[in-house]
Design a protein around this ligand. Structure first.
Ligand code: GTP
Length: 593
């Protein structure tokens, strides 16, 4: 292909600002799909994604419009997958910065725009939803120019829904986004910005070729993993995968090379030739790391092996999922799993339950702690119950994020109060429009995964948007909180909390458990231990006798109904010390009231 006629770009936008709708218009224009055939939001392919209305995986698509080839590289919309956003942007020369005229610049707009600027991308500003009466084009334009640090921007005004302004946008993409450069005769240098597992082809690497070319039969090498293999197929993404003879500098496409383990082709790695390797990899690679950890137990021990097989199957297509077997004193065998974030965790749990029909208990998620012991040993603690004895601990570190909040000015006070209460440190605050303020905070990630987002929504009546990125580990001062049910320790409920908060958290845990563990035949005593002593206690009175009598008396059909109800009620419930512990007990444990 003539490289001067290629444009590689992404659309960066806050959730619901119309990215998928705009992508649909491009697909139509390219003739890939007709409007009446167009399934709503073609690019979101997984069912789960469509149901949740979010884009999880990147799907590039090659569009022929006029004389040009546009490679539209989709970016995941959720902060859990922000590393993938960054790698997708690295595959582009330009980006559409899409802002909903009725909403204005939001947290994700800011976070993604910064990333695009870091990658030196040509940014084409676009204001969407101009068909709506509440569209504020002028205000949105001002906020966008402030964000981009330019006095005078000339945004393209579109309605993705009505198809207004799309041709003009195409012209602007051609003019303002540079064609890719590179040398097709140089050694192969390709960025792997996504990968997935295909039953027939094996691992398929989604690549942007920066230099050189690749064709069937070539021997390739992956820089970070060192894996070498022979190419079995190369091609481009139309709506389906279409094999081609080769891929050259400037192209976006896929390479299959009979690879079986997706973890050997990490996103961000450089693919080169094994015969004539490039001098250097494409910069910016860092291995994707799980940031959130939780244990998964089958509610029936006999399902343990099936759970292992199911996790393995999910891992085939998800290099970010990690798990290892562990054994809880309370629940027996299960798996300690690592996820990118809470959404990723939720997706895995849902897929295990839906696609593999498993009934599970998932423990409350926690972050990883780095611990240096007095004897000089360094430990990465991913399970609070395995935290070493505090008398042996020299130093603890926990992960931090840099968070961006955008909020109407009347809620600034509440946001500050929330962030300070979550051990946040303010870095920056500015007005991005007359009514809206942007705040930047460094916060412990542990605070984010304990219902920060719900609290933020609640104190701002849903008007705040939020985005964050991981910035590394900082010193922490934590204490262990342990839960005893009728005198026996339930290790799966052990958690860590900041020392200054430990009493409050312990009481909260006790109270939350009291409200989520249902009444039982026996009395349930909940004790919570912190700093080595019991600091909170709650009791759940047993079911009353007459309630029981009602349950077990009565006619046969009622009895049957009741039994069925009980069986349904058993779902996501696990016995411990003769007490039924429901899933909600784990999920609620850290919720503030
Ligand atoms: P995520 O995939 O969740 O990030 O959302 P998205 O950014 O892809 O947004 P999507 O395209 O799903 O659009 C969100 C909503 O806005 C949908 O209900 C669209 O129909 C609507 N929408 C998109 N563009 C326009 C537009 O130009 N005008 C109007 N009135 N509605 C629009």
């Amino acid at each position: 292909a003539d490289r001067s006629k290629i444009r590689n770009f992404s659309i960066i936008a806050h959730i619901d600002h119309g990215k998928s709708t705009l992508a649909d218009r491009f697909l139509e224009l390219s003739g890939l799909v007709r409007r009446d055939k167009l399934q709503k939001q073609m690019l979101d392919s997984m069912d789960l994604e469509r149901e949740r209305g979010i884009t999880i995986k990147s799907h590039p698509v090659r569009l022929h419009i006029g004389d040009y080839v546009f490679n539209l590289i989709d970016t995941p919309g959720h902060v859990d997958f922000s590393y993938e956003v960054s790698r997708s942007l690295a595959a582009c020369e330009g980006a559409i910065l899409l802002v909903d005229a009725t909403q204005g610049v939001e947290a994700q707009t800011v976070a993604h725009a910064y990333k695009a600027m870091e990658h030196n991308l040509a940014i084409v500003p676009v204001i969407n939803k101009i068909d709506l009466p509440s569209a504020d084009v002028e205000g949105t334009k001002r906020a966008m120019s402030q964000l981009l640090g330019k006095d005078d921007i000339d945004p393209v005004l579109v309605s993705a829904k009505e198809g207004i302004g799309i041709e003009e946008l195409i012209d602007r993409l051609v003019k303002e986004i540079p064609a890719p450069n590179g040398d097709e005769n140089a050694p192969l240098q390709a960025l792997v910005f996504d990968s997935f597992y295909d039953t027939y082809k094996g691992v398929v690497s989604v690549v942007r070729i920066f230099n050189g070319q690749v064709r069937v039969g070539d021997r390739i090498r992956f820089w970070a993993s060192g894996l070498e293999s022979e190419v079995t197929e190369v091609g481009v993404f139309s709506l389906k995968m279409v094999p081609t003879e080769s891929l050259e500098a400037g192209d976006v496409g896929y390479v299959a090379a009979n690879i079986r383990d997706i973890r050997e082709v990490p996103v961000g790695d450089t693919m080169t030739s094994a015969v004539r390797p490039a001098d250097a990899p494409i910069p910016g690679f860092s291995a994707m790391k799980p940031m959130v950890f939780a244990s998964i137990y089958p509610t029936e021990n006999e399902d343990f092996e099936r759970l292992r097989e199911s996790l393995k199957k999910l891992q085939l297509n998800d290099a970010a999922l990690v798990f290892e077997p562990e054994s809880s004193e309370a629940f027996g065998p299960g798996f300690r799993c690592g996820f990118l974030g809470l959404l990723h965790m939720d997706i895995i749990r849902e897929r295990l339950e839906r696609e593999f029909d498993l009934d599970l208990i998932l423990t409350s998620p926690n972050v990883e702690y780095h611990v240096l012991t007095r004897s000089g040993e360094y430990i990465e603690v991913r399970n609070p119950s395995q935290f070493p004895d505090f008398s042996e601990v020299e130093l603890v570190e926990e992960p931090y994020v840099r968070g961006t909040v955008v909020v109407p000015s009347e809620y600034v006070g509440s946001v500050i109060q929330l962030c300070e209460g979550r051990r946040g440190k303010m870095l920056h605050m500015e007005y991005i429009s007359q009514q809206r303020v942007l705040l930047e905070y460094d916060l412990p990630f542990a605070e984010i995964i304990t219902d920060f987002y719900d609290q933020l929504k609640s104190v701002t009546r849903g008007y705040a948007s939020f985005d964050y990125e991981h910035i590394g580990f900082k010193e922490a001062d934590v204490d262990k909180i342990e839960v005893f049910i009728n005198g026996k320790k339930l290790d799966a409920l052990t958690l860590l909390a900041p020392k200054s908060e430990v009493l409050r958290v312990a009481r909260q845990v006790a109270s939350n458990l009291k409200h989520t563990i249902p009444k039982q035949l026996v009395e349930v005593v909940i004790q919570v231990k912190a700093g080595g002593r019991i600091v909170a206690r709650e009791t759940i009175k047993p079911l009353r006798k007459d309630v029981l009598a009602k349950c077990y008396g009565g006619d046969v059909s009622r009895k049957k109904k009741l039994l069925e109800k009980q069986k349904a009620g058993k779902k996501r419930m696990r016995q411990f010390n003769q007490v039924d512990i429901p899933q909600e007990a784990f999920l609620s444990v850290l919720k503030a009231d």
